[in-house]
Design a protein. Structure first.
Length: 501
């Protein structure tokens, strides 16, 4: 037996193998590579801080000053939350570009976690609208960088045809939702007892734990997670820096001159996001680095992008309309105790935690017989529309008129729809991505989330608690139409995807 055989024997004993397909065949983390545990952990704590802060921030913006809030008009507050959420996903472009051209995905992930930590500290320490501005900008920048690159790093653990791939992404998604479950519960309880800034501090501590854990585990990630696919020539560094400075200056001018205001922030982010998506599609499709097969797959991704946008424009109202509904119309009394409204945000993660393993097992069991990605997307978007229609039996009710159990049922439908779109979208994007635009294609998927989230902030301004029927009917109906359209177009979309399902 030669030295290579010795190494292979050691790897088998350790639960790993070293095949030559570039994948990680370790099975120590619930049948997945052990390296997945490190990405799982940092993403879990980032989501703990993100969702724990976001729902508290919604109330902080529109609660009265006497209640510890800033007293902004409710429509303005919901628009800011929608714009913030959209900006997070819009910033995945910057994170993806840094990964593909300068640093590699793993390094951008690490630096982004540091920026997120700084943002949460700012929210906890700086009072008033100044703290909101500084904190949300830093969290948006950091979260954008972390989200695109965490997904990309997960993709490096598997070969393109590894049957564990979708199950691995579902397990990764479980980590996201563990953080999303505990974040609102803990920060909501702290906000209820000690106030808003203490709740923001708890979010900062959570992110600090995630950053510490990842700093110790990041060295075990595969070398390909640090590869720079398309390095930027050094002579072009000044141009890139100049473009960045001009962009930052333009944003500052638009804000200072009143062109972009709190009232039109969501619309502004939506316009920028749409322009960025069109530009990115054009860049990838016209690049000489994109092969004909890769170009066809990118065209196949466009209907998925449109459907994803429609899905997220409804789903992300969990952070705009649903918090308002939970605080004003939901009966949160349990045996004489009133549950903090933030806790409603933890219902969906509970279902994700329970059902993500079920869905992962189903996809693994079905293997090549499972529904294709366009079918999953179409059904998921139709279900999302149905979830909005389920609000109609309770429309027009007064304060505390909707039973908590009804909201639990509605959010169960949200969850099933989400599991058919979000983890599947992450997975298929890494398979459709051209080799030279791997992380940037992941950013394109997140641009659909950014656009949908911004739209959720825009349409939330039309929510009228006194006349809810048109709101839930129109949005639910539109989502059903979009989902059905994709189902009808499944065969031509699959042809464009060139063997990727």
């Amino acid at each position: 037996m030669d030295h290579r055989d010795d190494r292979e024997a050691e790897q088998v004993a350790a639960g790993t193998t070293a095949l030559d397909d570039g994948a990680d065949h370790d099975t120590r983390f619930f049948g997945q590579p052990w390296a997945l545990a490190h990405i799982f952990g940092v993403e879990m704590w980032e989501r703990f801080s993100f969702y724990g802060m976001q729902v508290v921030m919604t109330y902080y913006l529109y609660f009265s000053v006497s209640e510890g809030g800033l007293g902004l008009p409710q429509a303005t507050a919901l628009g800011i939350i929608g714009a913030y959420g959209g900006t997070v996903y819009l910033c995945t472009i910057l994170g993806a570009w840094l990964a593909d051209r300068l640093l590699g995905s793993e390094r951008v992930l690490f630096f982004s976690a540091i920026v997120i930590m700084a943002g949460h500290v700012a929210l906890a320490a700086i009072p008033g609208i100044a703290g909101v501005g500084v904190g949300l900008v830093l969290v948006a920048l950091g979260s954008g960088g972390l989200k695109a690159n965490a997904t990309s790093v997960v993709g490096t653990l598997y070969s393109a045809k590894d049957p564990r791939r979708d199950a691995g992404f579902s397990l990764f998604y479980l980590g996201i939702n563990l953080g999303a479950f505990f974040g609102p519960i803990i920060t909501g309880a702290v906000r209820d007892v000690a106030g808003f800034h203490w709740a923001f501090l708890v979010a900062a501590i959570g992110m600090g734990i995630g950053l510490l854990q990842y700093s110790f585990g990041r060295k075990s990630l595969p070398p390909q997670s640090r590869v720079i696919p398309n390095p930027l020539p050094r002579k072009r560094y000044p141009v890139a820096i100049g473009i960045g400075l001009v962009g930052a200056a333009a944003i500052a001018v638009l804000v200072l001159t009143g062109v972009v205001t709190a009232d039109n922030l969501s619309a502004s982010v939506a316009i920028v996001t749409l322009a960025a998506a069109i530009a990115y599609f054009a860049l990838i499709l016209t690049s000489r680095l994109t092969t004909p097969d890769e170009r066809s797959r990118v065209f196949g991704f466009i209907p998925l992008f449109i459907t994803s946008t429609a899905f997220w424009s409804l789903y992300q109202q969990q952070f705009t309309v649903v918090p308002v509904y939970s605080e004003s119309k939901l009966d949160r009394t349990i045996l004489g105790w009133t549950m903090p409204p933030e806790w409603v945000q933890s219902i969906n993660p509970v279902f994700i935690i329970v059902l993500s393993g079920v869905f992962a097992a189903i996809w693994t069991k079905l293997g090549d017989r499972q529904p294709s990605t366009p079918v999953k997307f179409g059904v998921g978007t139709i279900l999302m529309g149905c979830a909005f229609l389920l609000f109609l039996p309770f429309a027009g009710g007064g304060e505390n008129s909707t039973p908590l159990l009804a909201m639990v049922g509605i959010l169960l439908v949200f969850t099933v729809a989400e599991l058919l779109v979000s983890p599947i979208g992450l997975s298929v994007t890494t398979k459709l991505a051209p080799e030279k635009f791997h992380t940037q294609m992941v950013a394109l998927f997140f641009l659909s989330v950014a656009l949908g989230t911004s739209v959720s902030g825009i349409v939330a301004g039309y929510y009228d608690p006194e006349n809810e029927v048109p709101y839930f009917t129109i949005l639910g109906g539109l989502a059903i139409v979009v989902g059905a359209g994709l189902l009808l177009a499944t065969k031509p979309v699959l042809r464009l995807m060139r063997g990727v399902r």
